[in-house]
Design a binder for this molecule. Structure first.
Ligand code: S3P
Length: 436
């Protein structure tokens, strides 16, 4: 448990945020399917990524992690080697749990996937349903972990319509298509597109037709590809905590180096700009198919209330808790809707957003998929607040820390270890801000 009972002093800092989680996991899974040595610098050394590497080792892949450099000796398509009834631990990671199932549709020996308390509450039917169509068999209790998968020798390509805007569902099917002869066709509601970009960069046969709300993705499977050397850029989702802390701290300034500003991830930037947050990108460039920039943020005092356009939901899905803190200080009532997916995350995050704001003395009206936040430009907390989320959601913890440092009050925030899943150096970076 950590105690915070001071507001942060203004700061002017340059910091390096850890590597992108989505990219670290995807790089590792794809590197395992190439034949030969792939290297990633600045890989995120968080529990979700470590679990990914352990799963790959258990599937017979050579993995070597030293400092922030990871080397994977890929076994090639259809190359996993493991004993029957292998057990794989996906830990807290929905991305790992769902994506790896895609890679296993053609693996005939049974594998059991399990995870922690939070992951065991999450829905896997969303990936089981399309992956069954490839011919794999699944055994589970109502689509919850633990799940046993028994792949098929001859997976059949499928047509799949992804309606949630879930990058995990889309990517699980793309990875299944990788090992499947013939053309898999996906019509997917827009969501983060790292997997598509990596496929393109690796010259895996992929056709992309971008439409207004959906993308059509066609993949021709069973084509070998080369190893991938990569330098993982900083994670925009982790950056978001520091962007908001800076925005809410007048006279502060922060410089975040080399952040992944993939257009399908910058919903948070667009929303915060609508609210009046001063954010700029510098040194924008394309690196191996991903867009990267330095991000500069200035603190302010005035924020606009907004009606958040739902088209931005998927591109900001991991950042809503932290965005709600800006809405708490905005001038007027903000409204966020069509957010039922937020309650499907590591913990029910829409409920948690509402709970944290209530503790802070901010009025909200919350339904199953929307929240109205009554902003107060003079918001200052002078009471005791205890945050204990029994599902130990990393983003609930980090949002609470930012709220405490931005608005004051006496906070006791439990389970600081949970940041290890996505952002192990979070507290260290926070503590560095007011140091000379
Ligand atoms: C992720 C996709 C999102 C996001 C998660 C990471 C990914 O989940 O919330 O943190 O790396 O594909 P959904 O696909 O469930 O929206």
């Amino acid at each position: 448990m950590i105690k915070i009972n001071r507001q942060i002093n203004s700061f002017n800092k340059k910091i390096l945020i850890e590597g992108d989680k989505s990219l670290s996991i995807r790089w590792a899974l794809l590197a395992s399917q190439a034949k030969g040595k792939s290297t990633a610098k600045n890989i995120l050394k968080s529990e979700d990524v470590i679990c990914t590497l352990k799963c790959l080792k258990n599937l017979g892949v050579q993995v070597n992690l030293k400092k922030n450099i990871c080397v994977i000796n890929g076994v090639g398509l259809n190359g996993f080697k493991y004993q029957n009834e292998l057990k794989l631990d996906a830990g807290n990671s929905g991305t790992l749990g769902r994506l790896i199932l895609g890679l296993l549709v053609h693996s005939e020996k049974k594998i059991k996937i399990y995870g922690d308390k939070s992951l065991s509450k999450r829905d896997f039917n969303r990936v089981i349903t399309p992956l069954e169509k490839f011919g794999a068999k699944f055994y589970s209790n109502k689509g919850k972990l633990p799940i046993i998968i028994k792949g098929t020798k001859n997976p059949k390509p499928i047509n799949y319509v992804e309606k949630r805007g879930s990058a995990q569902c889309k990517s699980a099917v793309m990875l299944a298509a990788l090992n499947t002869r013939g053309e898999t066709i996906i019509k997917a509601k827009k969501s983060r597109d790292h997997t598509e970009r990596l496929f393109k960069y690796l010259k895996i046969p992929i056709k992309l037709i971008k439409k207004n709300k959906n993308d059509i993705i066609k993949i021709n499977g069973e084509k070998k590809f080369k190893p991938l050397n990569y330098k993982i850029p900083s994670d925009i989702s982790s950056s978001a905590f520091f962007i908001v802390l800076t925005a809410l701290s007048k006279k502060s300034k922060i410089f975040l180096k080399n952040v992944n500003i993939n257009p399908s991830r910058v919903g948070v930037i667009k929303i915060l700009k609508m609210m009046g947050v001063k954010i700029k990108f510098k040194n924008t460039k394309i690196y191996k198919g991903e867009k990267i920039a330095d991000v500069i943020v200035l603190g302010s005092e005035k924020f606009n209330a907004i009606k958040c356009p739902s088209e931005l939901n998927s591109a900001a899905i991991d950042e809503f808790l932290i965005i709600f803190l800006v809405a708490a200080k905005a001038n007027g009532v903000s409204y966020f809707k069509n957010l039922s997916e937020l309650n499907q995350k590591e913990s029910p995050r829409l409920e948690w957003g509402s709970k944290i704001l209530k503790f802070m003395g901010v009025k909200t009206e919350t339904t199953k998929d929307s929240i109205k936040i009554y902003g107060n430009p003079k918001l200052k907390i002078d009471k005791k607040i205890i945050i204990k989320n029994y599902l130990k959601d990393h983003r609930v913890f980090m949002t609470s820390v930012i709220a405490a440092l931005s608005f004051g009050g006496e906070w006791k925030i439990h389970d600081e270890d949970c940041v290890k899943t996505s952002f192990p150096t979070f507290m260290k970076l926070i503590n560095s801000l007011n140091k000379k």
